[in-house]
Design a protein around this ligand. Structure first.
Ligand code: KIV
Ligand code: ZN
Length: 391
């Protein structure tokens, strides 16, 4: 791992992810998932928003008692009472972090707070000072940083670092930025905030335009060293950056020179667990954890894959804890996939046999979405009974 940069993985499945309608968890479920996340290797677990409800306060308290290695983080607004309650909920945490902040875009400043830039800057500094009564691990978020003026953002970030923030979160709250814009924003902060070396820059990207993962990667390429993400990309509206995607991009792209502490073999099991417990299905074509992520169905792909898996697969499914790759037989499949599947079922056919069987197969395939093993066995037996088989 020499010369490689560690990217901290900040998981917010239990906070931003749990905000999704229908995904609410009880304390027991949250503690169980927090332990799974710690076992997965995440560095920071955002456990909840303690002021939001007594249930969430209890969940953060119980997670704090149960987690030993990961940092446990609680969210708050830039409000003294919020921060006090977050501090109390984290009382038992071995490594407590308070995540506090305020909207910094002109839109948030005017429409949400009916305020002005100077006043918001003061409130930003104040909330970090309040948080410092409870812990010295303080993360400041500049909500809607994606649409915040860079000059003003740099002033806010410099001031909160001076006040004691050790991580500065630059959220693209509305998923608005393009990857190059988000990357440039991070570079701007690195070049224009004189004390930036005293804090870790964090990327918190939403997926409203499907760019959350790309933006987070652009952020770390520009110098950020923490990514905030969720299992299965769950989160407000179109979701947050997906943990499994950023982790595997970092692992696949050695050229980036980054690494994470995540045990990638746990990615599919934890994805299934989160999907079950939150009753939120994963789309089949979802990268890394979708049920089709390692399925091959067209003849050209199947032929290449059977000759050398690397022709059509950049990740070995076992590396991410998925079932082995699947060859799915449809009307678009070819002869080699058919012969391969017959062989798996115990039928050895020569080329001429396969030619005949392939025509039969296509008739079945055109009548249904996927040809199952039972259909193939029926074809093979009929073929053998008609004595066509030469082997
Ligand atoms: O999207 C966002 O800006 C947030 C902050 C509270 C960090 O979730
Ligand atoms: Zn968010």
């Amino acid at each position: 791992m020499n010369n490689k940069n560690k990217i901290l993985i900040f998981d917010t499945t239990l906070r931003d992810g749990e905000q999704v309608p229908g995904c609410k968890l009880n304390t027991e479920e949250k503690v169980e998932l927090a332990l799974d996340l710690e076992h997965l290797g995440v560095d920071i677990i955002e456990a909840g928003f303690p002021i939001s409800s007594p249930g969430d306060f209890l969940s953060v308290t119980e997670i704090s008692k149960n987690i030993t290695n990961a940092t446990v983080c609680a969210l708050s607004r830039a409000v003294e009472k919020d921060i006090q309650v977050a501090g109390e909920a984290l009382k038992f945490a071995k490594r407590p972090r308070i995540h506090t902040g305020i909207g910094t875009s002109d839109l948030h400043i005017k429409s949400k707070f009916n305020s002005n830039r100077e006043n918001i800057l003061e409130r930003a500094v104040q909330c970090v000072k309040w948080a410092s009564k409870y812990t010295n691990d303080i993360e400041f978020y500049a909500e809607d940083a994606g649409r915040t003026n860079n000059d003003y953002l740099a002033r806010v970030i410099e001031a909160v670092i001076n006040a004691g923030a050790t991580t500065v979160n630059i959220p693209d709250t509305t998923g608005y930025c393009l990857p190059y814009q988000y990357g440039e924003k991070i570079s701007y902060l690195i070049n224009n905030v004189p004390n930036i070396d005293r804090a870790v820059i964090s990327c918190h990207c939403h997926n409203d335009l499907g760019l959350a993962t790309a933006n987070s990667i652009a952020g770390i390429i520009s110098g950020a060293r923490q990514i905030e993400c969720t299992i299965n990309g769950l989160g407000e509206r179109a979701g947050n950056t997906s943990l499994e995607e950023v982790v595997m991009i970092i692992k696949q792209h050695n050229d980036l020179n980054f690494y994470t502490g995540i045990d990638t073999k746990q990615l599919n099991p934890i994805s299934r667990k989160v999907s079950d417990i939150m009753r939120m299905p994963v789309q089949p074509n979802k990268a890394i954890v979708g049920s089709n992520a390692f399925s091959h169905s067209s003849g050209i792909h199947q032929d290449g894959f059977l000759k050398d898996a690397l022709t059509y697969e950049i990740i070995n499914p076992l590396e991410v804890g998925a079932d082995d790759s699947k060859i799915v037989l449809t009307a678009r499949s070819g002869r080699s996939a058919l012969a391969h599947r017959f062989k798996k079922l115990g039928y050895e056919f020569n080329r001429n046999d396969v030619d005949v069987l392939y025509d039969w197969f296509l008739k079945v395939a055109d009548s249904k979405k996927e040809v199952e093993d039972a259909d193939l066995s029926k074809l093979a037996i009929t073929y053998q009974q008609k004595n066509y088989a030469t082997t």
